[in-house]
Design a protein around this ligand. Sequence first.
Ligand code: NBP
Length: 481
Amino acid sequence: AQANIGVIGLAVMGSNLARNLASREGNTVAVYNRSAEKTHTLTSEHPEANFVASETIEDFAKSLQTPRTAIIMVKAGAGTDAVIDQLTKVFEPGDIIVDGGNALFTDTIRREKAVKETGIHFVGAGISGGEEGALKGPSIMPGGSAESYETLGPILSSIAAVAEGEPCVTHVGTDGAGHFVKMIHNGIEYADMQLIAEAYDLLRKVGGLEPAEIADVFTEWNQGELESYLIEITAEVLRQTDAKTGKPIVDIIVDEAGSKGTGVWTVQNALDLGVPVSGIAEAVFARSLSSHREQRDVSTNLPGPSNPWTVSEDDKKGFIEDVRLALYASKIVAYSQGFDAINAGAEKYDWNIDKGAISKIWRGGCIIRAQFLNRIADAYDEQPALEALLTAPYFTEALVRAQESWRRVVAGAAGAGIPAPAFSSSLSYYDGLRAERLPASLVQGQRDFFGAHTYKRVDTEGTFHTLWSGDRSEIEAVDTH
Ligand code: NBP
């Protein structure tokens, strides 16, 4: 046995992760893939790397020093279950199986429970950053037992992205906590992308800017508080022209956005947890709407407003700044909602999650990496039990600064018939949280009327019901909610 770490599944993610591991001082990496072809390709293309290749799972296990540690990078779902099944037959108690794929966290909880029975550790680790991240340093969100992290932590730290001198990895919590947090990360990514897309749309349709000019605007924004990987790559996409037509590539790409499902998972789970992640939900729905081509085709004649929203040359600078601030404020809301979902998940599944540490490991390697995450870390450092991220002084100040612009942009977009679902739902969420009284009292009244669902009074303890179909007097009721 020569290898101190192994990788199973050598498609693009697994190969790159294996190369990343092999490039670190002192590592010898055992590699195995179902079809030996991929294994040969990897080892022959990278003769410099310290690989020990195996063609059977038994040889793979033998090639690893005990206690063994192996990272699975195969298709999430049945493929992962099949590989875990194989590994538990050849591994021994004390060994560690890491699933680095995009597993649904509830699968990870189930798998951890089953594998634990054998005495083997099972760690579900969210790995973010795509192919390049896997090769050069991803953001890693491992769950599993604290004991397994003692072995795993140093290895993962050595291959993770580094942000401001710190490796982008932390022990998130037990069993499925890592994959849960990775799921929320992806949900936030959806919201962030949609918000940037809405900003682009307004700059183009209202501001009259061409894609290349918008690229310049984003490049400038990237110097300030919006500094992030997503803003940076957006500028690059907008600057790109199509070789065939000479047009901006953004005008050639079909306007139907796809998805691989992690945004949907985030929203489904948030619905179950009762957390309003409206920014993420709008982003997921915006992608679905865009993909309903038949519906869009029969709807193009639906009436819109008669007055377009245009800005004069003199007002253009102010308009661009309004859009920037609307984007920033909506982004704060989206992240605040994402962290609310982490809170709710932690409570339901009994995880002790350090939210400041999570925002720090997202500063490098992953798609949502941004300066902004330092502010979130600061907010949780100052107040670990912060109820709502947007109430942290730094963010409140930013929202105060942004709100006039934010309102102008949302109102203007509505008036002009330009969809800005994530901008406007974020503003509604903000105003909903701020409101001293919400019309939820009326909803409770309606519920009590048709379903005797009862209500609480503002002035008296207890639960009440009005005899709506009787004399409409109020009685004290058994709490049924
Ligand atoms: P795939 O998801 O396409 O997985 C295919 C690989 O798994 C192949 O090499 C295949 O072997 C191998 N495999 C083995 Br070993 N046993 C298998 C089995 N029983 N059933 C099916 N496949 C089996 O690879 P990928 O695109 O590299 O992605 C790996 C994981 O990383 C996935 O969970 C994916 O969701 C995740 N991912 C994450 C990111 C990110 O940014 N975080 C990006 C892309 C993917 P074969 O050669 O014999 O078919």
